[in-house]
Design a protein around this ligand. Structure first.
Ligand code: NAP
Length: 550
C-alpha cells in the first residue's frame, strides 16, 4: 500500500480495504481479525502507543472494575492460557502491559499509525469508498471504515471561569501525564466522585498534605475486595476457559461466574435480604451485587432495599455523620449510574487531612489564581484534579467530521440523539461500522466481549459481501428506527433512565437526553445480531457498485 509522502511534498494517498480509527482494545482486535481475512488495514491512533482508554487513564489507582480473568481477549486460547494476571482486578499498568503484549504477539503495531488523529471521513457515493484525512495531512482511501474510537475517550472539563489563571498544576483523569504525579505535601482538590474519582481519592489522600473532595452527586460505591490472584482459582478458570467464555456470552453483562438470580427482592424476608446483601458486600464486585435479586434494576421498591443497605454501610464506616449523610446517594436508584468499586473510599473521609465539600448545594463558581471558589467559600490549592468524566459514547465520533458526498452529515443526523441499527451502522453512511457505539450494549457489558462480538460480526459481514461479489452495505431507515425504538423501550422498562448519568448524556450541558446504551443484555443482543446475519443481513441493503460507463 502506498504511504504518506515525506514532509514538504504533496501527500500520497494511501489505499486500504479498511481504515480503523483507534488502537485501543477495539482497534487492535479489528486489525488482527480483518488482516486475517487478507484485507489491507491500518489503524490511526491519536496516542503515541497502543491501549486507548488504558493508555490515557493513568491516574493513581486506575484499575478495571471487571475481574481480570473475565476482562481479557477470548479470541486466542493460547493467549488467555499464557497470560498471568497477578490480581483479582487488573491495574492500569498491568492492563496496558497486557495490551502491549497482545500488540507484539500478534504483530499488530506495523499496521498502526501513531500520534495521528483522524479529522474527517467522507464517503464518496460514486466511488463507494471513504476518504479520510488526518491531522498530519495524510489522505487515506478505504472501502470500509471501522470506528473503534472508544466510548469514554473524549475528556470533559467543566466550563469553569478562571482555569487559565490558576498558578498551580491541574490534571484530568483521562489525560494523565505518563510520568505520573507526586502529590506529596500538596494541597489538592479533586472534582468528581465517579469511578475515576473514587479510585484516586484514597491514594491521593495518603500523599497529600490536605485533600478537598468536591462532590456534586454522591454515588453508590461497593467494595472491590481486590486481592492477589489465587493460584487454584486461576488454574480452575483456565482449565475450561473457552466454556466459561461461552457461558458468559449467555448472560446480560457477558460476565460469567455469577449464578443468575431467581427471586425478587420483595419475596423474601428483610432478614434474609439483609444476609444476602451482606454476603455480596463481603464478596465484593458490582455484578454479583446486582445479581442478588431479579428485579433490582426494574422495580423501585426492590431497588430501595439494596440502596438502603448500602447507605447503612456508609453510615457505619464514616465516623462524622454529617459527612456520611452527604456521602449517601439520594438522587438515583442504585445501579442506574455505573456502580463504583472502591478500596477504602469511605474510610478515607475519616482522615484528618480530607474534607468533603458539597458542591451540589454550593456549586463551584470559578477557578482562581490560588485554588477554587464556590458561592460561599474559597479553597487554597496547589493542584486540581478533574475527575469530571467524558463526552461519552458519541463524543469521539462527533469530533470527526463524518459526512457523505450525498449530503449526509453525521453530527446533523445525530443532533437530537444518535441513531444506529444494532449500534453497528448508521443509515445514510454506507460501509462505516462502529465498535460499541450508541445502541450497542458495549458499555453495559464486559467491554472486550462486546468488542470481539461486534468485530467478528463485522468481519463475517465483510466476508459475506466478498463471497457474493458485493462491496457496499447500509442499514435501512426503517430498521434503524425500529432498533432505536427498541433500545428506548428496553431502557424505559428499567430504572436506568431515572438517573442523570452519562448513559443519557446528562453530564454534558446541551447534549440531548437520549438513553444511548442497549440494556437488553449482551445475550439477547448477540442472538439478534446472529439472526440478522442468518437472515441475509435483514434490515441492511447490500449492493455492488456499478462500474462507470465508458
Ligand atoms: P463520571 O462517572 O462521569 O464522573 C464525573 C464526576 O465529575 C461526577 O461525580 C460528576 O458529578 C462530577 N462533575 C462533573 N462536572 C462537575 C462540575 N461542574 N462540578 C462538580 N462536579 C462535576 O466520570 P468518570 O469517573 O471518569 O467515569 C466515567 C466512566 O468511565 C465510568 O462510569 C466507568 O464506566 C468508566 N471508568 C471505569 C473505571 C473502572 O473500570 N474501574 C474507572 C474509571 C472510569 P455529577 O454526577 O453530578 O455529574
Amino acid at each position: 500500500m502506498p504511504d504518506a509522502a515525506a514532509p514538504g511534498s504533496r501527500p500520497a494517498t494511501t489505499q486500504l480495504d479498511a481504515l480503523i480509527v483507534g488502537a485501543g482494545l477495539g482497534g487492535l482486535y479489528a486489525i488482527h481479525r480483518l488482516r486475517g481475512m487478507g484485507m489491507t488495514v491500518r489503524a490511526y491512533e491519536a496516542g503515541s502507543d497502543v491501549g486507548g482508554t488504558w493508555f490515557w487513564n493513568r491516574y493513581p489507582g486506575a484499575r478495571c472494575d471487571v475481574e481480570s480473568l473475565e476482562y481479557s481477549y477470548a479470541f486466542s486460547d493460547a493467549l488467555q492460557q499464557e497470560w498471568k494476571w497477578p490480581e483479582r482486578y487488573g491495574t492500569q499498568p498491568e492492563i496496558l502491559r497486557y495490551i502491549n503484549h497482545v500488540a507484539d504477539r500478534f504483530d499488530l503495531r506495523r499496521d498502526v499509525r501513531f500520534n495521528t488523529r483522524v479529522t474527517s471521513a467522507v464517503f464518496d457515493a460514486d466511488a463507494g469508498e471513504w476518504t479520510v484525512l488526518t491531522d498530519r495531512g495524510e489522505v487515506v482511501r478505504a472501502r470500509f471504515c471501522i470506528m473503534a474510537c472508544g466510548n469514554l475517550s473524549t475528556p470533559r472539563l467543566p466550563d469553569f471561569k478562571g482555569l487559565q489563571s490558576f498558578k498551580g498544576a491541574w490534571y484530568h483523569s483521562g489525560l494523565w501525564p505518563t510520568e505520573g504525579v507526586d502529590f506529596t505535601g500538596k494541597r489538592v482538590g479533586v472534582i468528581g466522585t465517579g469511578s475515576s474519582g473514587v479510585q484516586m481519592i484514597p491514594i491521593i489522600a495518603r500523599q497529600a498534605k490536605h485533600l478537598h473532595v468536591f462532590q456534586r452527586t454522591a454515588n453508590f460505591i461497593l467494595p472491590a475486595r481486590n486481592a492477589p490472584m489465587e493460584e487454584e482459582r486461576e488454574r480452575r478458570h483456565k482449565a475450561d476457559y473457552p466454556a466459561r467464555r461461552l457461558a458468559a456470552y449467555d448472560t446480560p453483562f457477558a460476565i460469567g461466574g455469577h449464578p443468575k438470580p431467581t427471586r425478587s427482592a420483595l419475596e423474601v424476608s428483610p432478614e434474609e435480604r439483609r444476609a444476602a446483601y451482606e454476603a455480596k458486600w463481603q464478596e465484593g464486585g458490582s455484578i454479583s451485587f446486582l445479581y442478588t435479586y431479579t428485579d433490582l434494576l426494574v422495580n423501585q421498591a426492590a431497588n430501595d432495599t439494596a440502596a438502603a443497605f448500602v447507605r447503612e454501610k456508609i453510615r457505619g464506616i464514616v465516623k462524622d455523620q454529617e459527612v456520611a449523610r452527604l456521602l449517601c446517594p439520594n438522587d438515583h436508584p442504585i445501579g442506574t449510574k455505573r456502580l463504583c468499586l472502591d478500596t477504602g473510599y469511605y474510610e478515607t473521609f475519616n482522615r484528618d487531612n480530607v474534607t468533603l465539600v458539597d458542591v451540589r448545594s454550593d456549586p463551584i463558581a470559578a477557578v482562581t489564581e490560588t485554588g477554587l471558589r464556590t458561592g460561599t467559600a474559597s479553597f487554597e490549592l496547589d493542584a486540581i484534579v478533574f475527575a469530571t468524566g467524558f463526552d461519552a459514547i458519541t463524543g469521539a465520533l462527533n469530533e470527526i467530521d463524518i459526512r457523505t458526498t450525498a449530503g449526509a452529515v453525521l453530527k446533523e443526523k445525530w443532533q437530537a440523539g444518535p441513531l444506529t441499527y444494532l449500534g453497528l451502522m448508521v443509515a445514510g453512511f454506507p460501509n462505516m461500522f462502529i465498535i460499541t457505539g450508541p445502541g450497542s450494549p458495549g458499555v453495559k457489558t464486559q467491554m472486550i466481549a462486546s468488542i470481539e462480538q461486534h468485530t467478528d460480526w463485522i468481519a463475517d459481514c465483510l466476508g459475506h459481501l466478498r463471497a457474493h461479489g458485493l462491496d457496499r452495505i447500509e442499514p435501512g431507515e426503517a430498521a434503524e428506527a425500529e432498533w432505536v425504538q427498541h433500545v428506548n423501550d428496553v431502557a424505559d422498562s428499567t430504572l436506568y433512565p431515572l438517573a442523570n448519568s452519562w448513559y443519557v448524556g446528562a453530564n454534558i450541558p446541551g447534549k440531548p437526553r437520549v438513553f444511548m446504551p442497549y440494556v437488553g443484555g449482551f445475550d439477547r443482543y448477540k442472538r439478534r445480531c446472529d439472526a440478522v446475519a442468518a437472515n441475509g443481513y435483514e434490515g441492511f441493503t447490500l449492493t455492488r457498485r456499478q462500474p462507470a460507463m465508458a
